[in-house]
Ligand binder design. Structure first.
Ligand code: HEM
Length: 237
């Protein structure tokens, strides 16, 4: 079987789809879209009668969405075998931090007017603020050490530190579930979205477990071989 001839044919579509530079452009668009949407809503007078709460919730949801997209990069690499995609993980992570920073700034500056005493009291009294703050501090440490300098300096510790992204995912969905004030026991309030987000984080975590990862890789190889065989048979006819 001449794999050198057939492999480029089978890979050409996915290479084109997943190659630069348009993917890089897409990622910047995804990262900046929430800010553009909010500016649009501002000019269209769509920020509701409580704009501070609206903006705070809007950036919170946007940060969580992007966090989940960032978490999906590793499973996508496992499924497609495209290691080059890991380059985009850092950009997505930094945009997640950017949106979280906007969420936090709205909370700190506009909601609580930099009243640090009241904020510390909130952290002690409200578990969802404590969980959000822990997730936020971890995000800050990942964003600060995401540069090549720290990657080289920290060595293996860097990789271990950046696995914290999964802990952040767990804390952020818990923060979300508690913030929207729904109740699982009575199935009341807004519980669908937090449940969907939690489900996604769990699936993305499961896909990283080594035996699951191994099975996906062997399944991918099996599919590729099948495609190769079929295309060789059809070209030989
Ligand atoms: C210092 C850290 C954080 C603080 C102080 C904080 C604060 C808050 C507050 C006060 C709310 C409730 C807003 C309201 O309903 O009026 C909220 C909601 C929310 N936060 Fe955070 N947050 C933090 C970190 C995070 C992080 C790291 C994420 C995700 C990456 C996040 C995502 C959300 C989401 C999705 C909501 C619910 C939005 C909705 O009601 O639809 N937050 N946060």
């Amino acid at each position: 079987m001449n794999t050198n001839v057939v492999l480029p044919i089978t890979n050409s579509f996915s290479s084109r789809v997943l190659s630069f530079p348009w993917l890089r452009i897409c990622i910047h668009v995804i990262g900046l879209l929430p800010l553009a949407e909010l500016i649009y809503k501002y000019f269209m007078h769509q920020l509701t009668f409580n704009p501070i709460q609206f903006i705070e919730q809007f950036f919170g949801r946007a940060a969580l969405n992007l966090l989940i997209i960032t978490l999906a990069v590793t499973p996508v690499i496992t499924i497609t075998g495209r290691k080059k995609l890991s380059k985009h993980r850092r950009t997505l992570g930094l945009y997640t931090f950017f949106l979280f920073a906007l969420h936090f700034t709205t909370f700190l500056a506009f909601d609580y007017g930099f009243d640090l005493k009241q904020i510390f009291q909130l952290i002690i009294q409200k578990p969802f603020i404590l969980l959000g703050s822990l997730a936020g501090l971890m995000l800050l440490s990942l964003a600060a050490t995401s540069f090549k300098y720290w990657m080289k300096r920290l060595g293996k510790t860097w990789a271990r530190l950046h696995k914290m992204i999964y802990v952040i995912g767990g804390l952020a969905v818990l923060h979300y579930a508690l913030a929207v004030k729904g109740s699982l026991s009575t199935l009341s309030g807004n519980i669908v979205r937090p449940l969907v987000m939690s489900g996604l984080v769990i699936i993305l975590l499961v896909l990283r477990i080594p035996p699951v990862k191994k099975r996906i890789i062997s399944l991918r190889k099996w599919v590729l071989e099948l495609v190769l065989k079929t295309s060789i048979q059809s070209t030989g006819k």
